[in-house]
Design a protein. Structure first.
Length: 349
């Protein structure tokens, strides 16, 4: 099916099926938004109450024990109120996203899967990808994966998986117990399985992305030490890789390219590859994107500004088509990339 035909089918889906559903949900959005704005007001006003309380406490030095306790209750109460409000805002937004997405996303992928070149659907069960992820060398070491949404299937006969996930390093491998852990990565991981293996391992990483330290704020001293030694071990592993310079200075200025096979890396990094790489970055509205090409797998990893394939926004009318157009852009960008590898990787490698 041509892209034009797919666009026509998706436009028909929007007009005939999605728009009526979203119109019915618009009243619920307005109701939910009022509750959200209430908690947002609480979160906004709480620090000012704390500052006023602190100012009054400093100014009135001789207030007695009862007065002091009153001030302290107000002070701590304002911080508790802010924490509760922020949590409520997050939960309300998340629950509303799920409320909209559950009816929309299934219909969207039913249309996409009807395309002969595509067969991608929602997957509920996830198998652990931890070994493949760690071997890609584009993350710090992780031992726990927290999956959100997963989409899996084939594009042009090539297996593809799109996962929204979080990576953590924890002293417990139990995903339900991450009280003592730190975050390694949170975003989208796209995995493409090729029918031919790469000879070497090529890494494309946004500058300063790979060297960014993980969030150690919730980690114990032992976990912080583990992270420190992991960074050293990762640096040792990368000694086997050499820096690749392309003919395109603009690409080299934004990305560091490392490979164990210079010839293969130069063959892969064509103008067409870079164009599609940029298109993928643009389609998913991400500032940083990393890529690993190893064995028979291509991995893309990037942070997300919002949930994957998100259509409904709490603060905007659900009937606004621009978000649906963004999802279409993401799907077409993935199609373009997979089609490029399907046609070009069997030549010369």
């Amino acid at each position: 099916m041509k892209k034009k035909d797919l666009l026509n089918k998706l436009s028909e889906l929007w007009e005939k099926e999605l728009l009526p559903i979203l119109r019915r949900k618009e009243a619920e959005r307005l109701k939910t938004r009022k509750i959200y704005l209430f908690w947002k007001f609480i979160a906004f006003i709480s620090p000012f109450i704390w500052l006023i309380d602190l100012f009054m406490l400093v100014k009135n030095k001789f207030i007695g024990h009862t007065g002091f306790m009153t001030f302290m209750i107000i002070m701590f109460g304002s911080w508790i109120a802010m924490a509760v409000a922020i949590k409520m805002m997050f939960d309300i937004s998340k629950n509303f996203d799920s409320y909209v997405k559950k009816d929309v996303i299934t219909k969207l992928f039913n249309v996409i899967s009807a395309v002969p070149e595509l067969n991608i659907g929602i997957k509920n069960n996830n198998s652990s990808d931890i070994d493949i992820i760690n071997q890609s060398n584009i993350f710090a070491e992780a031992n726990v994966i927290d999956y959100n949404d997963t989409f899996e299937g084939t594009a042009f006969g090539i297996p593809i998986t799109i996962k929204e996930l979080g990576l953590f390093y924890s002293d417990s491998k139990n995903e339900k117990n991450r009280d003592n852990s730190f975050s390694v990565f949170n975003g989208c991981l796209i995995s493409i399985d090729m029918n031919k293996k790469f000879k070497g391992h090529t890494i494309i990483k946004s500058k300063q992305f790979f060297s960014k330290l993980p969030d150690l704020s919730s980690a114990s001293i032992i976990l912080k030490l583990c992270s420190f030694f992991d960074i050293i071990n990762k640096a040792k592993k990368l000694k086997n890789y050499t820096k690749v310079l392309t003919e395109f200075s603009s690409f080299d200025s934004k990305y560091d390219i490392l490979s164990t096979d210079q010839i293969e890396a130069r063959y892969l990094l064509t103008t067409a590859f870079m164009d599609r790489f940029y298109n993928l970055k643009t389609a998913f509205h991400t500032k940083k994107i990393n890529c690993s090409l190893k064995d028979n797998k291509i991995l893309f990893a990037f942070s997300l500004q919002q949930d994957l394939f998100k259509i409904g926004y709490l603060n905007e009318p659900l009937t606004d088509k621009k978000h649906f157009n963004m999802v279409i852009e993401q799907v077409l960008s993935l199609m373009d990339f997979v089609e490029y590898f399907k046609l070009n990787l069997n030549i010369g490698l």
